[in-house]
Design a protein around this ligand. Structure first.
Ligand SMILES: [Zn+2]
Ligand SMILES: [Zn+2]
Length: 282
């Protein structure tokens, strides 16, 4: 299996627009790997994209992706869906506003995302209704798991009350990727399917020290309901016996640059921090 981390950033990009902090200034000066765009991964084996942050068009171009057949979403928070209009940009034939047949994208939707996604709206109503009508996407709902080509994808729900988040377990030829980039607490760690991944792609969670503005998270901070701490995430990865851990969704307010993450990597075995455009074979 071959994947590219199209975007290693979180809900704000680095550099954060207008921000004069050292991390953003360095990112502005040096670009990638210091600069980070929104969360997305591309799985080359089946031309599968997971999530569409605002920067997805640029990410696809910069990584020379020339075919996109399948699209999935981990959840419907803005940082993961706001670039969804890329399906129109890819498939639209301006002569009749319909899709080029060979550019139609198959949208694979686990329940209940297959319903909820139709609530994403523009001024004219449901975006997905429009994309489907014009033929830009073809929606394929599924329960639990779906097979595309040689690849089996299992969607494991994380029930977060008003919002459902999916962790995807992607398996091919005996290799296993667990993709869990955002809002994955409580992680379904008792599920057998998440055990023993060759690669776990996950957010590092809260750093308790060194944050912007000298901030420390109070015990009851809302982020503690969606995120583990960095130490808890490392312990979780160990409990589920992940062979390699790759951290994504790296937030600007954690106040750490590419060099800082490289230094943390040296302290641990089989732990890496992603950067935009990072390609991984597993
Ligand atoms: Zn900044
Ligand atoms: Zn997110």
């Amino acid at each position: 299996m071959e994947i590219t981390i199209l975007g290693s950033g979180g809900c704000t990009v680095i550099p954060k627009p207008l921000c004069p902090c050292d991390i953003c200034r360095e990112a502005r000066q040096k670009g990638v790997p210091y600069a980070r765009s929104g969360p997305a991964v591309f799985i080359h084996d089946e031309n599968l994209l997971i999530d569409t942050p605002a920067e997805i068009g640029r990410q696809l171009n910069q990584n020379r992706i020339d075919s996109l057949q399948h699209l999935m979403f981990t959840h419907l928070d803005p940082d993961h869906v706001e670039g969804i209009r890329v399906v129109e940009q890819i498939a639209l034939d301006f002569r009749d506003w319909r899709a080029y047949e060979n550019k139609r994208i198959t949208l694979l939707l686990p329940e209940p995302l297959d319903r909820d996604i139709f609530r994403l709206k523009s001024f004219y109503g449901s975006l997905l209704d429009f994309y489907q009508r014009q033929g830009y996407v073809k929606c394929i709902p599924f329960k639990h798991q779906i097979k595309i080509g040689e690849m089996r994808i299992l969607g494991i729900p994380v029930d977060r009350g008003q919002q459902m988040v999916f962790i995807y377990v992607v398996e091919k030829a005996g290799r296993k990727l667990v993709y869990a980039p955002c809002d994955i607490r409580p992680f379904p760690e008792t599920r057998s399917e998440v055990q023993g991944a060759h690669l776990l792609v996950i957010q590092p969670g809260i750093f308790e020290t060194g944050l912007k503005h000298g901030f420390t998270y109070p015990k009851n901070h809302i982020s503690r309901t969606t995120l583990y701490t960095f130490e808890q995430t490392l312990a979780l990865a160990k409990r589920i016996a992940a062979q390699q851990v790759l951290f994504v969704h790296l937030e600007e307010y954690w106040n750490r640059g590419y060099d800082d993450y490289s230094a943390i990597e040296r302290e641990y075995k089989d732990v890496r921090f992603a950067h935009d455009g990072m390609r991984v074979n597993l």
